[in-house]
Design a protein around this ligand. Structure first.
Ligand code: NAD
Length: 246
């Protein structure tokens, strides 16, 4: 029970990594508010779980999420930002401004909105933020420029906050997942009918440890970073990537 009695907001809660992270945090004794665009799959959870539907690119939805969390559990100890979108492989010449804006909005601007909204609560709790970025920010692939730029922004923003909030004992860290076994992996490939083959040929083979990362690997890393065990860890970027970044 490493998170006993603590209250966390977890975004992307209906997704591959998010749903498993919600479960892990509940197992560790946390109260969890799970945020996603669609939360119907999340209704059947335990009593210390609250699903909140919302679009995190919208300031009003973020404000509602934070208000609902505080009203329900009376405090906020942490935020784990997992929501995100993939870019379909697109050469730079074909990338549109709207593609770019969508990546930046969902993968970077949502971090600004959510992190900013919880900071006043975290300052009271010596709280913690984990923002999920991507190993592609340091080990890029061709055709993913907007996605990679948005994840680079996530790292710089998180580290900027880590130093800004250190005096308040609020920790801010990043997880870089490697290629992970969720529906998002297929979205990077686009419309290919050979998803399973591409998953193996491109993604699995790019991981030195020889396997795709599983959502539980990310969830366990998030538990660690949010626990007392990581009390002196801030501004760090934890690679959970089977060595893909090497
Ligand atoms: N899967 C991978 O290979 C991989 C690799 C590196 C990094 N990541 C990152 O890990 C995170 C989780 O990815 P996943 O594989 O679980 O993907 P996923 O697609 O299974 O889950 C992402 C979730 O984010 C939600 N979401 C998207 N836009 C939102 C918005 N505007 N408001 C609220 N919720 C929104 C989606 O509804 C979805 O449930 C993402 O940030 C992703 O970029 C994934």
């Amino acid at each position: 029970m490493r998170l006993q009695g603590k209250t966390f907001i977890i975004t992307g809660a209906a997704g591959g990594m998010g749903s498993v992270t919600v479960k892990r945090f509940l197992e560790e004794g946390a109260n969890v508010v799970g945020s996603d665009l669609h939360v119907s799959s999340l209704q059947e959870q335990l009593e210390n779980f609250l699903p909140v539907q919302g679009d995190l690119t919208k300031e009003a939805d973020v404000a509602f999420l934070v208000k609902k969390t505080y009203e329900t559990f009376g405090k906020i100890d942490g935020l784990v930002n997992i929501a995100g979108v993939a870019q379909k492989l697109t050469p730079i010449e074909e990338l549109t401004l709207s593609d770019w804006d969508r990546m930046m909005s969902i993968n970077a601007t949502t971090l600004f909105l959510t992190n900013q909204a919880v900071v006043p609560y975290l300052k009271k709790q010596q709280g913690v933020i984990v923002n999920v970025a991507s190993i592609s920010a340091v080990r890029p692939r061709p055709g993913l420029s907007a996605y990679i730029a948005s994840k680079g922004a996530a790292v710089s923003f998180s580290q900027a906050l880590a130093i800004e909030l250190a005096d308040d004992q609020v920790r801010v860290n990043v997880i870089h997942p490697g290629p992970s076994d969720t529906k998002m992996l297929g979205q990077f490939v686009g419309d290919s009918t050979e998803h399973e083959k591409v998953k193996d040929d491109v993604f699995k083979n790019s991981v030195p440890l020889g396997e795709l990362i599983q959502p539980i690997d990310i969830a366990n890393a998030a538990v660690y970073l949010c626990s007392e065990e990581a009390r002196m860890v801030t501004g760090a970027v934890l690679h959970v990537d089977g060595g893909r970044g090497l």
